[in-house]
Design a binder for this molecule. Structure first.
Ligand code: MLC
Ligand code: AMP
Length: 451
């Protein structure tokens, strides 16, 4: 899986990885991971990692991959509800992180061990992602599914060891962790991780390829001097949420680079992308990556249908669920609505369900936030929606029926922030007399989201 990292004939770069002030060479990273690998194997099961943007996280993830131990990255700011769920649901047997946050799991001893024989079909990573209801679900990826995703992208983007990747995305989701860390380790290109994805940090880092979610690009074009500094790059890639056409255009005029957009999901890896050897189209996410196949189901007169995908980067099912999540032929229903033109280019039109919100590129389930808000004694009914937002794409707003009192709104925002990850907190709480319902009594969230 990490062939370029482990190939002894590969170049030993003095700076394979730069993360904030820390610099690691290839040998330095392999050595540090080796010192943990025996301890990870002794855990006897998956290992959960407090996934801060740090060298410790990188070393733990690489050690897990090299020793054949599944790694479960835990968002460092998950509140207790989410954290306990992930630790329990994943069956984690040990914890790499601050002792007080590991739910009583044993730590990992710093002990070297022999590398495991690589089994491409064994679970390598379990990533947690939100559904419309309930707590996040575990998505197991094997070495094979991760490699398929990364190799397809390397081909589409002509990504080689001569590139230097720059980004500052979190190291616990598909984008930052798989594309942004395992990608450079597989391709053999150095990575400069800026810890936070701010315009100033991107401008201050020198690289050839930059990754960002649309919020990052929106903030960059709001800081033209920083955007100018990226003129020396060769490729800017946007993903995790729709890139507004206005941001695409501003980015192109400030950097001289037309960004490439790609589309994917935690469950499927990256399945569609614009290629570097073809002009991109603003608002379109390109064609299937590698051997991925797509189809539209129940398309309407305008050609818009439910997007389904299948291919080697798609998971085989959520962790611990008895019912299959793919159909008998391997098709996975993404929940996104799309159109495809005659050249095979795809445009993502939106999501089927209003209950999956994308805010700053983070996926948040409305049900997860509603469940926390309903715990508050002053809340009788609640509807959480994503409202269009220039910066975040969608902003989380909670409509609440209950006994309002001064300061209640702030209290409710703080309640969510204290139980779940920080980005799941509502940006606004609106007290209402009643929620809009249809004749069947179902809350009309589209009406609320439209304001
Ligand atoms: C943030 N803040 C916190 C905090 N987190 N304060 C206390 N505790 C925390 N845990 C502070 C910030 O420092 C900031 O403060 C303020 O809150 C505003 O936060 P914000 O508006 O949320 O902005 P910011 O934190 O800057 O986040 C924007 C962002 C972030 C773009 C950096 O949303 C982000 O990293 N998104 C990436 C999501 C991602 O990787 N998704 C991929 C999913 S995989 P102040 O004082 O500075 O204002 C996927 C598949 C695919 O989707 O296709 O890729
Ligand atoms: P996640 O589970 O965080 O992996 O989020 C996956 C979802 O992000 C997809 O189902 C899409 O709704 C959305 N998404 C990812 N990339 C894009 C993109 N380029 N354009 C539009 N939506 C996207």
């Amino acid at each position: 899986m990490l062939d370029a990292l482990t190939d002894p004939t590969g170049p030993d770069r003095p700076a394979l990885l730069t993360l904030g002030d820390a610099v690691l060479s290839r040998d330095g990273l392999l050595e540090a991971a080796g010192r943990l690998s025996g301890g990870l194997r002794e855990a006897g099961g998956p290992v959960a990692v407090h996934a801060t943007a740090s060298v410790e996280t990188v070393v733990a993830v690489v050690a897990g991959l090299l020793s054949g131990v599944p790694v479960v990255p835990v968002p460092p700011d998950s509140g207790p509800v989410e954290r306990e769920h992930v630790l329990r649901d994943s069956g984690a047997a040990a914890w790499v992180g601050p002792a007080g946050l590991g739910g009583g799991l044993p730590g990992v001893a710093a002990r070297a061990g022999d590398p495991a024989a690589y089994d491409p079909d064994a679970t390598a990573l379990v990533l947690y992602t939100s559904g419309t209801t309930g707590l996040p679900k575990g998505v197991p990826h094997t070495g094979r599914s991760l490699a398929a995703c990364l190799d397809g992208l390397a081909e589409a983007w002509a990504w080689t060891p001569d590139d230097v990747l720059v980004h500052g995305l979190p190291l616990f989701h598909l984008h930052g962790l798989v594309l942004g860390l395992l990608g450079p380790l597989r391709v053999g290109s150095p990575l400069v991780h800026t810890v936070r994805p701010s315009p100033e940090a991107y401008a201050g880092a020198t690289g050839s390829v930059y990754f960002g979610v649309p919020t990052v690009w929106h903030r960059l074009v709001g800081s033209p001097a920083s955007a100018h500094a990226l003129r020396r790059a060769r490729l800017l890639v946007s993903g995790s949420a729709p890139l507004p056409v206005t941001t695409f255009t501003a980015l192109e005029s400030l950097t001289g680079l037309a960004p490439r957009e790609r589309y994917g999901m935690t469950e499927t890896g990256i399945t569609l992308s614009a290629r570097v050897d073809e002009p991109p189209r603003a608002g379109w996410v390109g064609r299937p990556v590698g051997s991925t196949q797509t189809r539209l189901v129940a398309a309407d007169a305008e050609g818009m249908g439910r997007l389904e995908v299948r291919g080697p980067s798609v998971m085989s099912g959520y962790l611990g669920r008895p019912t299959p999540d793919l159909d008998a032929d391997g098709w996975f229903a993404t929940g996104d609505l799309a159109v495809v033109d005659d050249d095979g280019w795809h445009r993502i039109v939106g999501r089927e369900s209003t209950d999956l919100i994308k805010t700053g590129g983070y996926r948040v389930g409305a049900g997860e936030v509603e469940a926390v808000l309903l715990e508050h004694p002053a809340v009788d009914e609640v509807a959480v929606v994503g409202v269009p937002d220039d910066d975040l794409g969608q902003r989380i707003v909670a409509y609440v029926v209950g006994s309002g009192s001064p300061g209640l709104e702030d209290e409710l925002v703080a309640l969510v922030g204290s139980r779940l990850s920080w980005h799941k907190r509502p940006r606004a709480v609106v007290m209402v007399d009643a929620l809009p319902r249809n004749a069947m009594g179902k809350v009309q969230k589209k009406t609320l989201a439209e304001g």
